[in-house]
Design a protein. Structure first.
Length: 224
């Protein structure tokens, strides 16, 4: 079943290096991310089953996903021929991807910080597909984009539960890509918090020591 799902996801292609030429007239959509591990786990599943048909995340290993609360068994269940310690590289050979699309699809590891308002841009991109009059899909943010509508946004109606599901999936995907762009961000924030607390306590202790030392000096002066 897993392999069938992967095959059905072969349409997944994210924007190529030409994404910088996207239409500047489309306003980026508002985005409120769920930064919980649960949301990131769902995003990781979407990336593995869909995006990695053509894209890699070379700065992340599958084993790193344990930091999101996934067990080794859960991670291995999402993989085919990859190994637990492998980097998250596309399952499609580079030559095939380049021949099929003219360019090698960009690495997604740093996609969320690759441009200004990266998370909003990625979310807007994957939720801006529509059907043209000729029946072909296009994208409001990136007209003429080669990437098909991987999440099926254009097949949903505005206000429908199906569209809400696709938008939720897109948010989870972006949440995961934000994490991959800086997996140690939360650890640094936690360490920084404790460092600040330590410095506050140390400063207070040094101040008390200073007052005590100067009190003795003042008493010594008065004794003379």
């Amino acid at each position: 079943m897993k392999r069938v799902f992967v095959v059905l996801s072969v349409i997944a292609m994210l924007v190529g290096a030409g994404s910088a030429m996207a239409s500047a007239t489309v306003k980026l959509k508002e985005l409120h991310l769920d930064n919980s591990n649960e949301a990131r786990q769902r995003g990781a599943e979407t990336v593995i089953y869909t995006c990695m048909l053509c894209h890699s995340l070379k700065y992340v290993k599958f084993s790193d996903l344990t930091n999101l609360g996934l067990s080794k068994e859960q991670i291995l269940d999402m993989l085919d021929d990859q190994k637990f310690e492998d980097r998250m590289m596309s399952v499609t050979p580079v030559e095939v991807r380049q021949e099929s699309y003219g360019k090698v699809p960009p690495d997604l590891s740093l996609m969320a910080i690759a441009r200004k308002k990266g998370p909003q841009y990625v979310y807007t991109l994957v939720t801006s597909y529509y059907y043209r009059e000729d029946g072909e899909t296009d994208n409001h943010l990136f007209p003429g984009i080669k990437m098909p509508d991987a999440l099926g946004y254009s097949d949903t109606d505005e206000g429908s539960s199906d569209r809400s599901d696709v938008e939720a999936q897109a948010r989870d995907l972006v949440s995961f890509l934000v994490w991959t762009a800086d997996p140690n961000a939360e650890a640094r924030r936690t360490i920084g918090f404790y460092v600040i607390i330590y410095l506050i306590i140390l400063t207070a202790l040094l101040y008390l020591v200073k007052k005590r030392v100067w009190r003795k000096i003042e008493k010594s002066k008065l004794g003379h």
